[in-house]
Design a protein. Sequence first.
Length: 427
Amino acid sequence: MPEPTSPAAPDQIVVRPAGPLTGRVVVPGAKNSVLKLMAATILGDGTHELSNVPDIVDVTIMADLLADIGVRTERPEPGRLRMTNDGDLTPVAPYEHVERIRASINVLGPLLTRCGRVQISMPGGDDFGARPIDLHVAGLEAMGAEFKFAHGEVDARADRLHGAHITFPFPSVGATENLVCAAVCAEGETTIENAAMEPEIADLCTFLVGMGAQIEGIGSSRLRVVGVASGSLHGAEHRTVPDRVQAATYLAALGVCTGRLEIVDARPEHMSNLLDAFVEMGMHIEATKEGLVARATTRLRSTDIQTLPYPGIATDYKPLIITLLSVANSVGIVTENIYPGRFRYVEELQRLGADIRTAGHHAVVRGVPRLSGAPVRAHDIRAGAAMVVAGLAAEGVTTIHGVHHIDRGYDDLCGRLHAVGADIVRC
């Protein structure tokens, strides 16, 4: 496995304005899927082969966490993981790995149903407000688990989980993933109502079915899981779904630079509401057999956007949208309905000259013709990518610091943008 970016590695990106972007960008596998697929290998003995795996730091962190649990990871070639589970598992997720990555919580369901117990630290990850695990806990308790919380640790036990009928008050992605993984080896039938419907969840369910799980309703808000015997799941091969947030990042870059991009492996059906918003702003987007082709010929128009659970516009898109609006014509209002307070990056955009005012769940963005280059900081993965896009829309030099956050979720963002005409360098 590749090592995470070290403190001595280049930790800043320098962006200068360039002309229109032209060419092809290939979208790699989704961060928000591959980490969950890796965690799911806890459930099945044998060898699992994952392809279309992005070369990102979070994959390395998850591999390190799984190694402590007892699942070995190899990278036989770029874009592929070979994961081996011999059944000798230690159901403890240590703090030094868990605090680095939010997706570490995804080992909870698999370990509990496979081992009957799990000890895990409260997870870390991106800096955008509280993201409690109460829905995870309530669902697992309905399936027979008992929880204890002390000193930042979660201790869960269950002789064997049993099926339950669970209805979420809102469609939580993480809770849906954990409960599906727990249910595949629970006794009896589990039904999850108001389940999250993100493509990454469908990807996880498809992988689990390939391992021998019985899941119905994949891609819908009602999932039915019939448990199989613990230890009966097996190794499987699976291709990770492409990353819709990375695809959106290249569309946003096109929107501020103009030009024409062919975005290979983008899945338009996974981001239809976002594409509709981009078209409303003035982009021309066509689906193709390989992905999509997008053109932007003039300054975009402002529009109003609100984040909603899938198939609505995802909160991960919001920093990119606000960056687009900051150089669009007129005024747009962005409303955050999922994670309150996720506007920390706005201060960085304001340093670049963006006219943005926030109040509660809302951001009012009055577009300016151009931003002005300045030093800024990446506070998390998506905000970091937004700073890169903002730099493309700024006169002068924009230097982005703290870009190790970008490495956690983007596979060679600088290289892919440079290849289509952006003036961008990692140094």
